[in-house]
Design a binder for this molecule. Sequence first.
Ligand SMILES: NC(=O)c1ccc[n+]([C@@H]2O[C@H](COP(=O)([O-])OP(=O)(O)OC[C@H]3O[C@@H](n4cnc5c(N)ncnc54)[C@H](OP(=O)(O)O)[C@@H]3O)[C@@H](O)[C@H]2O)c1
Length: 281
Amino acid sequence: MNHIQDRIPLASGTAIPCVGFGTWKTPPAETTASVVNAIAAGYRHIDTATAYGNEAAVGQGIKQSGVPRSDIFLTTKLWNPDQGYQQTLSACDKSLAALQTDYVDLYLIHWPHDRKYFDNWQERNAETWRAFEELYRAGKVRAIGLSNFRPHHIENILQNSTIAPMVDQIEFHPGMAQQETLAFCRAHGMAVEGWSPLGSGRVFKLEEMHRLTEKYGKSVAQLCLRWAVQHGVIPLPKSVTPSRIAENAQIFDFVLDEADMTLLDTLDCGWSGLDPDNLVY
Ligand SMILES: NC(=O)c1ccc[n+]([C@@H]2O[C@H](COP(=O)([O-])OP(=O)(O)OC[C@H]3O[C@@H](n4cnc5c(N)ncnc54)[C@H](OP(=O)(O)O)[C@@H]3O)[C@@H](O)[C@H]2O)c1
């Protein structure tokens, strides 16, 4: 990958830009401007979710950017209470209306239902996936995937589907390199997206990261995003600050050496605490 608009092929036959723009916790009032700024800075991949409450503002930002909808890769996610066949179909229609578009490029199940809270978690996830297949066949979503699914959750989908998931979006930052899930996804032809690539801001507390900035002449954020890209992971940095939005796009003019890749693999900025096996619904 040499440019923020370079794309990684998906099993759908479509392709996903190698860096996305995050919008979690961006209030609707700030979302439109941040999306416009991101597109002006070169991003062509926007990540939102029904749960973020800002789909309408994201749709507005894409419209205001002046870049054709067809040049933007847009992702949204099905929220947990909307799981189930019929609920999923109507939740997707609501998202499309809010986003002011007639398709999304990628639709994800935001979180798996898991054994801790649901005896029939396998059936629940598979039923939702059946609706995802339907939406994909209808052309309302151009690729379908998962988010926060671990290998045992993905196995269940693979065993109960006719169309395999194309993407998994997982937490990915120093301290959370998720090697097992990454290897599993690779083996099953799934692209991997990395959420909270800056640890929601926690990476900036790591002294070692600040030391590395001198060696590369790059910021802590740029080092983290580059590390993700070199792992073949699609990072989704979020910012509402125009200078940071632009900075986070400038990661294609340097390469982390092997020793520093390993160093970032082993550094630990702490994790979100959001555990797909122990999520409270
Ligand atoms: N699938 C899921 O369950 C899931 C879960 C979490 C996140 N996500 C996705 O992943 C995206 C990113 O994750 P995230 O929102 O947790 O956070 P993040 O991108 O890891 O970090 C964002 C934080 O870092 C700051 N920041 C950004 N660039 C910076 C820079 N160059 N220098 C200094 N500070 C910088 C931002 O501040 P300002 O905004 O104030 O500039 C913000 O406080 C989300 O927005 C969402 O799209 C998905």
